[in-house]
Design a protein around this ligand. Structure first.
Ligand SMILES: [Zn+2]
Ligand SMILES: [Zn+2]
Length: 648
């Protein structure tokens, strides 16, 4: 008998040779129907793999990431089978699962595969799937494997790098492939499959190698899931921040200015400014002080901070002064500058914490192929701040930062998030700067603060920065996509490197602890994510324009101006569309601009001192007729629902 530990901690005894599927059946028939893959002692195995030792077993269904991975990877086998069937003499290479689906890299020789070929391939994949072929692993000797794949230089290269005795093939139907394992029980559960695209991909990602064709696909256990997935993709396209940014005239890029360097247009700049003011106001209450530092710093500054050693060669190279030969770097981080601000004068424990905040623009080199709208850029502004405190104050400060981050998310409509705590790699501690003792203190401070604030947390080992552990907020947007926003990092190392001190109650000098934090992350990335989350319908308090006054004809222009004036007195951001256009056209344009309220004025309204209000995106709901005062309270009520007052 062997002892199997399940994820809930329960231990059950089974006969040696029991399979994960047998275990599932022993728990319930329902579970057995849904189990599609498994892992044993943290290694991916097949659901039919006999278990021979004691260990921990996890059973996965379609709802688990691991389950999807097995599902998609298995589909890549079936697709490869179809490709071999349809295209003579092609060479298969690798076919892994990815975040959304799978791909297979194929050397098609002289054959070209296009969109027109997709349908026939998909149909054949589903035809084969219906036949419920089991996936079965088989061990193959190295010599035999090399012999089977002679003529396929890619598989030969893969096999050459494997140890004899560890090589396995996966069989299904009349098809086999070199594979480590991780498949669904049989092809029968693949009910929908689509080829998404084809693209060029170099063998092993090296441009010196031959270019292969990467065939991207995705598959699902239900046709309905595929339909929903395709709809989601369409919606994501509509919400693409690069598209919306252009339509709403928020930002632009210029090849003359340079790749990855965003230009903020007046409306975008106003939006940024409003976000900055919002955060500055809360930060002031939370005891932060604003500072300003230059865009460049001496190379020595980053040698001291350790950034140069870590990133220097892979980033922008130093700028030198012509006569003196001094070397400066574009600022990749604000922290070293803030350390030097701290060092301007001596501090006593009574003065701490010091909280220095700056909307600091930094520059980091990204390869041009990596650049993407506002989410991957070469110059961006962090809503940065550094807190210098005593070790005793660390727990408390950390909690306060969490409060601030939660306030920011709440005011911007991000309700669905988890906190990812990134700690050291437990195996390899040599790659981190700083003492073991300090790391432990910092890691505990984060874990305690997150628990105290009742955050939904996930711990990731090995994800910490080289200088300290961190807490990242992972936010789900309206389409269920996950983004990393807001980060808080504890740092015991920069205070050491910059020799930061304070005088303690014992009159001795001590090292302060440093916290780096940025609730937005960067203005660029945050606005990009906010655009995709809201589809441009920002919370009312943030909208560049909250209302637009549309007059039925130029006869009512004076009344429109009077309305504008009254709204401005109440600090409502409004404008008049005084173009000589039909009301229908004016409404359509205002809808395109996503202006929340359209205020229509004509004879009736002028006579009664009212406005006819139409809400953006609510066509067919009809307009409501209200006085200016009533409209002001509608606006303020809506703002107060999202924009709460920050209290400390
Ligand atoms: Zn496989
Ligand atoms: Zn920092």
């Amino acid at each position: 008998m062997i002892k199997i530990t399940l994820p809930d901690g329960s231990v059950k005894e089974y006969a040696q040779g029991v399979t994960p599927m047998d275990v599932a059946k022993s728990i319930s028939e329902g579970l057995a129907r849904n189990v599609i893959s498994a892992s044993f002692n943290n290694e991916t195995i097949e659901t039919a793999t006999p278990l021979t030792t004691n260990g921990s077993l996890i059973l996965y269904t379609w709802n688990d990431k691991e389950g999807k991975k097995a599902f998609w990877h298995s589909t890549s086998h079936v697709m490869a089978q179809v490709l071999e069937e349809k295209y003579n003499g092609i060479k298969l290479t690798l076919g892994p699962a990815i975040d959304n689906g799978f791909y297979y890299d194929v050397d098609f020789g002289d054959t070209k595969i296009t969109d027109a070929d997709f349908k026939a391939i998909e149909d054949r994949v589903l035809e084969i799937s219906k036949e419920k072929h089991e996936f079965r692993m088989r061990a193959v000797s190295k010599a035999e494997a090399l012999d089977i794949y002679k003529g396929n230089e890619y598989k030969t290269e893969l096999i050459s790098n494997l140890e004899d005795g560890t090589i396995t093939f996966c069989d299904h139907a009349n098809f086999f492939d070199l594979c480590r394992g991780g498949h669904i029980p049989n092809t029968g559960i693949i009910k929908a499959m689509k080829i998404m695209s084809v693209a060029g991909a170099y063998w092993r990602g090296d441009e010196k190698n031959k270019q292969l064709t990467r065939v991207y696909g995705i598959s699902f256990p239900k046709q309905k899931d595929l339909t929903e997935y395709l709809e989601l993709l369409e919606e994501a396209k509509r919400r693409d921040h690069r598209k919306l940014g252009k339509e709403l005239e928020l930002f632009a890029f210029s090849t003359k200015v340079g790749q990855g360097l965003p230009l903020w247009l007046p409306k975008g700049a106003a939006l940024r400014d409003r976000l900055e003011q919002f955060l500055k106001k809360a930060q002031k209450k939370a005891g932060y002080e604003q500072v300003v530092t230059p865009h460049i710093g001496q190379k020595e500054l980053y040698v001291t901070s350790g950034h140069y050693e870590k990133y220097g060669a892979d980033s922008f190279q130093p700028i030198s002064t012509p006569a003196e030969g001094e070397e400066f770097l574009l600022k990749p981080m604000n922290c070293p500058h803030h350390c030097e601000i701290y060092n301007v004068r001596p501090w006593s424990y009574k003065d701490l914490p010091k909280r220095y905040a700056e909307f600091g623009t930094v520059y980091r080199y990204e390869q041009s192929g990596e650049l993407h709208g506002l989410t991957r850029v070469r110059g961006f502004t962090q809503d940065d701040a550094h807190i210098f405190c005593t070790p005793e104050q660390l727990d408390e400060e950390f909690k306060k930062v969490i409060d601030l981050v939660l306030y920011v998310f709440g005011s911007l409509g991000f309700e669905n998030f988890t906190a990812q705590i990134s700690l050291r790699d437990q195996e390899n501690r040599a790659k981190y700067i700083g003492s073991d003792e300090n790391w432990e203190k910092a890691e505990n401070a984060i874990i305690n603060a997150a628990a105290d604030k009742g955050l939904n947390t996930v711990i990731e080992y090995g994800e910490a920065a080289f200088y300290g552990p961190k807490l990242d907020f992972m936010v789900k947007d309206a389409l269920g996509r996950q983004w990393q926003l807001g980060t808080i990092q504890v740092d015991y190392n920069l205070p050491e490197r910059f020799d930061l001190t304070y005088k303690g109650s014992d009159n001795e000098l001590h090292r302060p602890v440093m916290i780096h934090r940025a609730p937005f992350g960067s203005m660029e990335r945050f606005i990009a994510i906010l655009l995709e989350h809201t589809a441009g319908n920002f919370p009312l308090w943030l909208m560049p324009e909250q209302a637009i006054i549309l007059s039925l004809s130029d006869k009512y222009e004076n009344y429109a101006k009077k309305v504008l004036n009254l709204l401005e007195n109440h600090e409502i951001r409004a404008l008049i569309d005084s173009r000589n256009e039909t009301i229908g056209k004016k409404i359509r344009d205002a809808e395109m601009q996503k202006i929340p309220f359209m205020l229509i004025v004509g004879e009736e309204e002028e006579k009664n001192g009212t406005i006819s209000v139409r809400r953006q995106g609510q066509e067919g709901k009809g307009n409501i007729s209200v006085t200016i005062e009533e409209f002001v309270s509608i606006v303020n009520d809506e703002i107060n629902k999202t924009l709460k007052v920050f209290t400390v």
